[in-house]
Design a protein. Sequence first.
Length: 441
Amino acid sequence: MDTLKDKFISKAKPMAAEVKAIIKEHGDKKLGEYTVAQVYQGMKSMIGLVTETSKLDPDEGIRFRGYTIPELRDKLPKAPKGTEPLPEGIFYLMLSGELPTQEDVLGLGNNWARRAIVPKHVFDVLDELPAATHPMTMFSIAVMAMQTESLFAAAYRKGISKKDYWDYVYEDSMNLIARLPRVAAYIYRKKYKNNVHIEPDPKLDWAANLAHMMGYEDLDVRRLMRMYMTIHADHEGGNVSAHSTHLVGSALSDPYLAFAAGMNGLAGPLHGLANQEVIMWIMHMREELGGGLPTKEQIAAFIKKTLEEGKVVPGYGHAVLRKTDPRFTAQQDFYNRYIKGAGKKDDICEIVQMVYEVAPPILAETGKIKNPWPNVDAHSGALLMHFGITEFDFYTVLFGVSRALGVLASLVWDRALGSPIERPGSVTTEGIKKKIGIPAV
């Protein structure tokens, strides 16, 4: 018996009726007046879609169903003797809107474990790819290869009622989430560990099993993976990976196709690839400064040089946040508690801290940056580096495994609420000029 599934539909049915009523009675009301700049510059801050799972607060950071990251690190169930929340819990919360019990989380973990077998042809496809293929390309291809297993696609071909769409999308999403750690670990071992693979351990939770299959048995790596998978899970609906998944899913493409689209967006350097850009920037700085631990003065000079060259300081700034990203703070706390606090001071993590102290006032002085504070990418790579996961190109795959939790929970809600195909209107520059009174030449 799938209790999470039953709980979900008990919430979704009445909410679908409520959404219909809102559209019928208030559909013509305005949510905002938008500017020419917003139309041209990526629709920034324009309210154009509904995302139930999380909301980005400019001052508090991401809230999952109303809970902040510090609250979730405290309230979500943890593994036995664990200190970081289990990602199973954040998925349960996003889908049901309720904080799970320990029993709920263990039940969901067991559910995923039963679904986690990856078809052999997926590994065969990965094995045929050139050795130089980027891990994110491999990840997206693997997800596409698993599309042969889509229950939604098969049911749709046979003909099913719209009211049942959510059921098949739920099943596909659960299967896909369950299998992603195995796929990600296979890519990691194939590309970086001489193609020597490690079988999953059914006794381990979802995130710990990923660390195990990658080849990392240290308890702190399991802790890190649990936290990493929790804090990267969702970031409301407007970011590229979430929006892409929603957009492609709105055409009734199955969860495999929709999620692959989201991962192709996550692979961009302005989105998920940014975490490796941070590490590359730090390594380049160390090399230019002769190695070792630089001074704050040297870091300040290098930041100014970066800006003078017309480049950005990676990991700093955010489209919505106007303070330090709580996801950065959570990782900073992890370093201070489990690494520095255990007497294992790490140069890269120390540099991250020094950049945090030096960069914001320099960036603020330019007058061009609304948010000079660090985002999640400013720290995540440094923690992975500390534990020997030094392969920068793989970092975004880990991000993608985590992001599946949020975007697929949202996709299930989309189908349960009967969300239509997304088709915003567009305008030409000539039309804008006419609208704002610029005479034709």
